[in-house]
Design a binder for this molecule. Structure first.
Ligand code: NAD
Length: 476
């Protein structure tokens, strides 16, 4: 199906025009290319009421049927891969290969989640009593997503929430609402009315969701600053929250690696999606014995990578997604320049239209410089020297966040010892950005609360219910 350029809210199985709209900008051209509906508080109330009304029937359906419908969401993405991919590139900026990857992973994710069951556990079955632990759905889930990977992150919330028997109100970022709105539109033919409602609007719409008395849980992915506001607001009604927030992930490269062999994976681990990835390597610590060789190979590899409009063939990395982020990254570059840091490549924002920043690699800036301490969320990467393992572990952990990290070594035992010392929810050894529907993903410290994926992630969309039953013969 070829998508038209019209976007509506999906509420209770119907496509609704919000009346008001806001413009969506293509970050490669800075031009508004579509209008998205700007939902009011009344639209939110309608969406939540629809989700609440749909909940009894949806949660009462056998899980095997919900599993089939979660798999069908993946099929819908697959059947419309070309159009979703085109639209993600237009609104988000990433290359077509990056958008294809996002849709493919989202589709296979749905199939992976659809494998899960939520069996009750009998923890006692004695002559006295049975004790059974069940996992019941919460009710209406509010899902709030960021602009870097809009469809995949939406699927990370939708698929387990629906499988567990919840109904959903999904709100994409105002910077990238379109693919999510189209997904909502197409899924109205797949799911019963009210089970999935998709609404777009400004940031205040997210805040109204976290305030709403009939939303039982908020699953939020975004910045640490907003995550704190979500938790504060959700506390008023004691909503359950899962928060996946920012990070300043360290990669640690030991002296026993082959620099040329690791350079491509390390490069993509830092720069995939123009480094707008929560778990991108944002600080690369390289042992001093091998620093020059690794830096050289990273730069040589980077020279083979093309930055440009993601819609054009042959482009590997697109622009930064929005002006606010563009200005933030430019300010980090300017600060590095002002501090006299040396750039191994890049360093100057590209002129002309579009939020383009060239691949920028900073040569061993001081540990306390802004480019090291702040989450750039853009293509600026500091390389840092170390000589001592205790020192590098301390430096890697010396941050308020703890999302992920990676260790690179030809000695698995040594790498594993370092991995265990990192205060992060995920540690990759000799790889990076590996995700699976079965592997829990969570942030330590201020990178989040709770987990997504795997059984841990699925259980976050449930309440625990324990039923004890005294045996009649024991009771008499
Ligand atoms: P953001 O926090 O600005 O926005 C995220 C979402 O929250 C958007 O939909 C936004 O409209 C909404 N929102 C804004 N204010 C709100 C409020 N007061 N209450 C409720 N919702 C509100 O984040 P962003 O700029 O879109 O995303 C970038 C950040 O997200 C980075 O810090 C990145 O590291 C992080 N991120 C984390 C993960 C992860 O899984 N841990 C994944 C991707 C991005």
């Amino acid at each position: 199906m070829v998508f038209n350029n019209q976007y509506s809210l999906s509420i209770n199985g119907k496509m609704i025009s919000a009346g008001k709209t806001f413009g969506v900008v293509n970050p490669a051209t800075e031009e508004v290319f579509a209008e998205a509906p700007d939902a009011s508080r009344t639209h939110l109330d309608e969406a939540v009421a629809a989700a609440k009304a749909a909940f009894p029937a949806w949660s009462g359906r056998p899980i095997v049927e919900r599993k089939e419908l979660v798999a069908a969401i993946g099929k819908c993405l697959e059947d419309n891969r070309e159009e979703f991919s085109r639209l993600i590139t237009l609104e988000q900026g990433k290359s077509r290969a990056g958008s294809d990857f996002e849709i493919d992973l989202s589709a296979s994710w749905c199939r992976g989640v659809a494998e899960y069951d939520l069996p009750a556990t009998i923890i006692e079955d004695s002559s006295e009593r049975t004790v059974e632990v069940r996992h019941t759905p919460i009710g209406v889930v509010g899902a709030i997503t960021p602009w870097n990977v809009p469809i995949l992150i939406a699927i990370w919330k939708l698929a387990p929430a629906l499988l567990a028997g919840n109904t959903v109100v999904l709100k994409p970022s105002p910077f990238t609402p379109l693919a999510t709105l189209k997904l909502g539109e197409l899924l109205q033919d797949v799911l019963p009315a009210g089970v999935l409602n998709v609404i777009s609007g400004g940031n205040e719409l997210g805040q109204w969701m976290t305030d709403h008395p009939d939303i039982g849980k908020v699953s939020f992915t975004g910045s640490t600053a907003t995550g704190k506001k979500v938790m504060e607001s959700a506390s008023k009604t004691l909503k359950r929250v899962t928060l996946e927030l920012g990070g300043n992930d360290a990669a640690i490269v030991l002296p026993d690696v082959d620099p040329k062999a690791i350079a491509p994976a390390l490069f993509w681990g830092a720069f995939f999606n123009s480094a707008q990835v929560c778990v991108a390597a944002k600080r690369v610590y390289i042992h001093e014995d091998i620093y020059d060789a690794v830096a050289h190979e990273l730069v040589e590899f980077a020279k083979t990578v093309t930055v440009g409009d993601g819609a054009q063939q042959g482009v590997d990395l697109g622009p930064v997604q929005n002006r606010m982020q563009f200005e933030k990254v430019k300010s980090l570059l300017a600060d590095s320049k002002a501090q006299g840091h040396r750039f191994l490549m890049g360093g100057e924002p590209s002129g002309g239209k579009g939020y383009f920043i060239p691949i920028s690699i900073v040569d061993n800036p001081p540990e306390n410089s802004r480019v090291v301490v702040e989450e750039a969320f853009g293509p600026v990467l500091p390389l840092l020297k170390f000589s001592d393992i205790d020192d590098v572990v301390q430096r890697a952990n010396n941050t308020l966040t703890g999302l992920a990290g990676s260790v690179w070594s030809s000695d698995p035992k040594k790498a594993r010892e370092i991995a265990e010392r990192l205060e992060t929810g995920t540690v990759w050894i000799n790889e990076i950005l590996f995700f699976s529907p079965d592997a829990p993903f969570s942030g330590h410290k201020q990178s989040g609360l709770g987990a997504e994926h795997g059984m841990e992630g699925l259980l976050e969309f449930t309440n625990t219910q324990t039923i004890t039953s005294k045996k009649l013969e024991a009771a008499s």
